[in-house]
Design a protein around this ligand. Structure first.
Ligand SMILES: [Zn+2]
Length: 331
């Protein structure tokens, strides 16, 4: 009832992209189960966004994993011997050339939705899984949806506000005090910084100041908004800008394992989907999902439609629509 023509078109693209991702994950799962890790000396980083309940009669939340599915995914990985690591621990081991367990994995959340506090954090606590929440700091405590939220029901009175509302400062503090959660930056404004490294650096400095003034953080990890390398949302020039701003790393959205030779300013992450089971997530962490996607591309002779790319296009349009309003946001 809320969907517009643009949303309908977007949903079609997303469905096609998701179908290919699901196929690759399902093809890879038995390979992972039979052969285990495909690449030695590597670990994987999982990327979540929203962990919200679905509301009957309302379009399903985008970029969502339901709380129960989230619990099943993490509990299943733990049962299979995967070892959750804090991102900073992985960075420290990389910096000191210390080994990282082959079954290590890192959990991250982008944007900073309130449902990370209400739905994900209780699961993380119950399972003792650490995680990093990359927050777009301009929107902390905001009562409006993120300007880049592509869910048509965001802001609707028919869905719980926690499904779309940004985290509050108090919620972040409470999670930090719990000890399992690290905060990182996802830039201050979550804008499109392609080709504008100095603007990215300035925006990140603002975000780091917010993290320091509100939470006492002297430094911070960083994940690129949108994050795809091919479309220019990440890459060496922007990574260098993140380094100049004082970030400890810059994570992309490329579905790649992390190996010792990869710079932390180019570490990739795997999207965790609601359709993912512990088996398909294991296939991602074991390297078989990436291999299946490469085989798919080789067989079809073209790149498959990736979910981040679809989102990027939609979010860029949404930002153009809302930027003047959001530029007025202060810290
Ligand atoms: Zn984002």
């Amino acid at each position: 009832m809320i969907a517009s023509t643009r949303q309908t078109s977007l949903s079609g693209k997303r469905s096609r992209g998701r179908w290919k991702q699901r196929l690759a994950a399902r093809l890879a799962a038995p390979l992972s189960a039979c052969f285990g890790p495909r690449v030695a000396n590597a670990f994987g980083i999982l990327m979540y966004h929203r962990v919200a309940l679905e509301t009957p009669g309302v379009p399903r939340p985008t970029w969502n994993v339901t709380p129960e599915r989230f619990r099943q995914q993490l509990a299943g990985l733990l049962a299979r011997g995967y070892e959750p690591w804090p991102l900073r621990r992985a960075l420290e081991h990389h910096r000191k050339s210390l080994p990282i367990a082959r079954k290590a994995f890192v959990v991250t959340f982008d944007d900073g939705y309130e449902n990370v506090f209400t739905h994900a954090w209780p699961v993380l606590q119950a399972l003792s899984v650490p995680a990093t929440v990359f927050v777009s700091t301009a929107y902390l405590d905001d009562e409006r949806p993120f300007p880049f939220d592509d869910w048509s029901a965001a802001g609707s009175r028919f869905v719980p506000r926690s499904a779309w509302r940004p985290l509050s400062t108090a919620q972040c503090r409470q999670m930090l005090e719990g000890g399992l959660i690290e905060l990182g930056t996802h830039t201050h404004t979550h804008r499109d910084f392609r080709g504008r490294p100095e603007e990215l650096a300035a925006d990140l400095r603002t975000s780091l100041m917010v993290l320091k003034s509100r939470f006492g953080l002297n430094d911070a990890t960083f994940a690129f908004p949108y994050g795809t390398r091919d479309l220019g949302y990440s890459g060496p020039v922007l990574s260098a800008a993140a380094g100049r701003a004082g970030c400890l790393c810059s994570l992309t959205t490329e579905d790649e394992l992390v190996t010792p030779n990869i710079d932390p300013f180019d570490w990739g992450r795997f999207t965790a989907e609601d359709s993912d089971t512990p088996w398909t997530l294991a296939a991602k962490l074991d390297g078989w999902f990436s291999a299946a996607r490469r085989m798919w591309r080789a067989a079809t002779g073209r790149r498959s439609t990736s979910l981040p790319l679809v989102r990027v296009r939609a979010e860029t349009r949404d930002f153009a629509t809302n930027s003047s309003k959001r530029d007025a946001c202060s810290t």
